[in-house]
Design a protein around this ligand. Structure first.
Ligand code: SF4
Length: 332
């Protein structure tokens, strides 16, 4: 049975960036890979400054959203990372075989650390914890976006190094399963969609709230007047049509845009309708979970138990191979 593992930051309720970039794909993969394991990575979320009350709310928002978006505990293991302390144990073990230079070369570390006066060691070690997350479950594959490929390569290196020292082929080298949707740019058209940049659309926002964000969203900057033909390939709205509209509609968008048949508002209205159609069942499931929040806790408790069982088995073997298993009397 092939096992996949992937994690998501507890950033509160899902927005279309993390939905299209990860979770929509997970909801499909769970039916293909019987051993799908999905984790809300709250240990990762404390590697920078944060507010504990906000973290608590965001962990809840993400857990509820994942269930609402279709992660089904009958098909996948869904849990909170901090419910499985073996993540941090294996992370420490892996730091002992990871060269600091490899961590300092990580693009995300370089980007984030240049903005800080004092750099927490956790920021440097972040990819080691990611490697531990994956290797703990001895996952064969990891659904990732392109921006996570470098970290996954480090996890593969780490598996090779550990195997070479302590146990041939104990850890599989996890291969990437590239998420089909490419990086989703924010509605400002400038940067990756991210809550901290305020350029997102939440799946659980109302129809009006979503329209209020879509209406002023960036389109083809060269299309100044409605009579100017546009170029869908440079327009973020067209990228969203590719995610939410069927192929006939996408072809019609290209036709209407390049001939100035539609104005951008016409185009956005069609997109808005298709987004709402996709979000409606998700919102209905979220409302049902709001009415019965114990279901979220029960799902996470079951997932935590299943994840701990695998993690404990892995760590027993890791400790044993590293000379740290239960101490026995020295042989005479
Ligand atoms: S018509 Fe649609 S695809 Fe073309 S520029 Fe406007 S919003 Fe973008």
């Amino acid at each position: 049975m092939s096992r996949i593992f992937s994690g998501i930051q507890p950033s509160g309720e899902l927005h279309i960036g993390n939905y299209l970039g990860a979770v929509k794909n997970w909801a499909q993969l769970q039916h293909v890979h019987a051993g799908s394991i999905f984790c809300v990575v709250d240990y990762h979320a404390i590697s920078g400054n944060y507010d504990p009350a906000m973290l608590r709310a965001r962990r809840w928002g993400m857990a509820k959203s994942l269930l609402a978006a279709g992660i089904d505990p009958a098909h996948a293991t869904l849990f909170m990372q901090s419910d499985v302390p073996e993540h941090t144990e294996l992370s420490w073990i892996l730091t002992t075989i990871t060269p600091i230079g490899d961590l300092e070369r990580q693009t995300q570390f370089k980007d984030k650390s240049t903005k800080l006066e004092s750099i927490p060691a956790g920021l440097l070690m972040y990819p080691v914890l990611q490697a531990a997350d994956i290797l703990l479950y001895r996952a064969d594959a990891v659904p990732v976006g392109e921006d996570q490929i470098q970290h996954l390569e480090l996890a593969r290196d780490t598996a090779r190094k550990w195997n070479a020292r302590f146990g041939e082929e104990f850890f599989p080298e996890p291969r990437p399963l590239l998420t089909p949707t490419r990086r989703i740019v924010g509605l400002d058209g400038q940067a990756k969609m991210s809550k901290s940049l305020g350029n997102t659309v939440g799946l659980l926002e109302t129809d009006d709230e979503i329209w209020a964000k879509l209406r002023p969203a960036m389109t083809d900057p060269a299309r100044v007047r409605k009579t100017d033909p546009g170029n869908p390939d440079v327009c973020n709205i067209f990228q969203l049509h590719k995610a939410f509209s069927d192929t006939d509609t996408q072809a019609n968008v290209v036709q209407q845009c390049t001939t100035a048949g539609w104005g951008c508002m016409d185009c956005k209205k069609v997109l808005h309708g298709n987004m709402i159609a996709e979000f409606t069942p998700i919102r209905e499931r979220a409302a049902a979970l709001d009415a019965e929040p114990q279901r979220v806790l029960d799902a996470l408790a079951d997932g935590g138990r299943a994840a701990r069982a695998i993690a404990q088995e892995t760590m027993a073997e890791v400790r044993e191979r590293m000379g740290m298993g239960a101490l026995t009397l020295p042989s005479a």
